[in-house]
Ligand binder design. Structure first.
Ligand code: BG6
Length: 461
């Protein structure tokens, strides 16, 4: 495959990670447990105590990213390291100063996700996002981040994949199973308020930094050209995508999503001042995670309860839409659809709706990579995946979408949300398995060299 379009020389080619999935050191230097540390991990799947040992090896990892010519590193800050018990933890704060400074010493822009699926367990014990007190706890956390890092971090992402936490919280370990739709959308409303407070605070406290939301956005295809299926796809997009972004950008509920919530008896309670706060908070950009697309058809009025298998799959609202299999795209070994043209379509639709600059904070493929005796890892399927997706990205940019960063998932191998260490995403191989820690040595995969050369060529390959 060839891609001849030259991206802007300042384009931020990067790579991503999240604290709980790669750091380990789960109880070190004053860190308290997060919801990820206390969840039950199935037998034979790695837990988060050591993960990729990034907490101890971040210097080596960032040096490797520099060697890969990355211009950005998108990582998250562990809330439970910064405020383990509501009080500031100097060791946790110092750690992230050092991570950020290490990035800066290589000319790598640190892109900070403020919260990536790892609510402190102590807050969860008080009801988590169902308890409105967490809104202020998040604002307190945000204040520490902006005070400490606001003059050296150019981009903050408020909340990773809030829509996935609402629609598939049980799968990504953030809870919510057994909650009614009304309770879930109250959690959602509370998260929206927390995000709005963070955006306002960032602009007050860290004027040189920019801030935006980071949902997981899909294109939702109608299963057929039947008008009923087209309308179903619009409703599904309102519930999965636009509910979140309309609130983040315009400070108002998407009317179609609101209507569906009303029919489901799931309207959140809105306290005086909430809508004013939401309207006053303005993101500087939209960040999105893109992995797959979704296909829906019109659904019968009452749908039997169906458990979702993963965060990209089952999602339905009786009388509106239900997901169906799309026979066209190929699939990853883990069953996720590979749909690069869907990526072009997502970028165009998001830009069309909001006219804000776009960052890609995740995109990537989970594979069973194999380390060879000579230290090589031939992850050709990953290279093919990036070729197709970067070509799709170039297409969107050529057509006018303002994209300024691409941070694939993931920088180094780390623990998947629910499929362990065997599902590898990194440019950098980490020598451990689900069962054995081995020596955690880092190896450069073929995709590492491919990505480096692509960056040196301004996106051409
Ligand atoms: C996103 C998350 O859902 O996709 C990441 O932001 C996650 O935390 C990534 O790891 C890939 O999903 P999974 O389930 O394969 O780990």
């Amino acid at each position: 495959m060839k891609q001849n379009f030259a991206f802007d020389p300042d384009f931020l080619w990067g790579a991503s990670s999240s604290a709980y999935q790669c750091e380990g050191a789960a109880a070190e230097d004053g860190k308290a447990p997060s919801v990820q540390d206390i969840k039950t991990v199935p037998e034979g799947t790695a837990d988060f105590t050591v993960a990729s040992d990034h907490y101890h090896r971040y210097k080596e990892d960032i040096t490797l990213l520099a060697e890969m010519k990355a211009r950005a590193y998108r990582f998250s800050i562990s809330w439970a390291r910064i405020l383990p018990d509501g009080k500031e933890n100097a060791a946790g704060i110092a750690h992230y100063h050092d991570v950020i400074d290490t990035c800066l010493s290589y000319g790598i822009a640190p892109i900070v996700t403020m919260y990536h699926f790892d609510l402190p367990a102590a807050l969860e014990a008080q009801g988590g996002w169902s308890n409105p007190a967490v809104i202020d706890a998040y604002a307190d956390f945000a204040r520490v981040l902006f005070r400490e890092y606001g003059d050296k971090v150019p981009y903050f992402l408020t909340i990773n994949e809030q829509n996935v936490m609402i629609l598939a919280g049980a799968i990504v370990g953030t809870g919510g199973s057994g909650q009614s739709a009304r309770q879930l959308y109250q959690r959602n409303h509370n998260m929206m308020l927390a995000q709005a407070k963070a955006m306002v605070l960032c602009h007050q406290m860290a004027p040189s930094a920019k801030i935006g939301p980071a949902p997981n956005i899909n294109v939702i295809y109608p299963a057929s050209s039947r008008p009923e299926d087209y309308l179903a796809s619009r409703d599904a997009a309102a519930m999965r995508n636009w509910l979140y972004l309309d609130l983040a950008v315009h400070g108002r509920y998407n009317v179609y999503a609101w209507n569906i919530l009303r029919q489901q008896n799931a309207l959140p309670e809105i306290a005086p001042g909430d809508m004013e706060l939401l309207a006053s908070a303005k993101p500087d950009f939209i960040s999105l995670n893109y992995y797959a697309t979704m296909t829906v058809q019109a659904s019968a009025p009452v749908m039997p309860g169906t458990a979702a298998a993963d965060q990209q799959s089952v999602f339905h609202v009786g009388g509106h839409f239900q997901t169906v299999k799309n026979p066209h795209p190929s699939k990853t070994p883990f069953g996720w659809e590979i749909d690069p043209l869907g990526f072009t379509a997502v970028l165009k639709e998001v830009y069309d709706r909001y006219h804000l600059p776009v960052m890609i904070s995740e995109n990537g493929i989970g594979l069973y990579d194999t380390l060879n005796a000579d230290g090589t890892v031939h992850d050709t399927e990953r290279i093919r995946y990036y070729e197709a997706h970067i070509a799709a990205l170039a297409q969107a940019v050529k057509e006018g979408v303002e994209v300024f960063a691409y941070c694939p998932w993931s920088a180094m191998d780390l623990i998947s949300t629910h499929e362990g260490f065997r599902k590898r995403y990194g440019f950098i191989y980490v020598n451990r398995t689900d069962d054995a820690l081995l020596d955690l040595t880092r190896y450069k995969k073929d995709s590492f060299y491919w990505y480096r050369d692509m960056i040196l060529n301004q996106g051409r390959f």
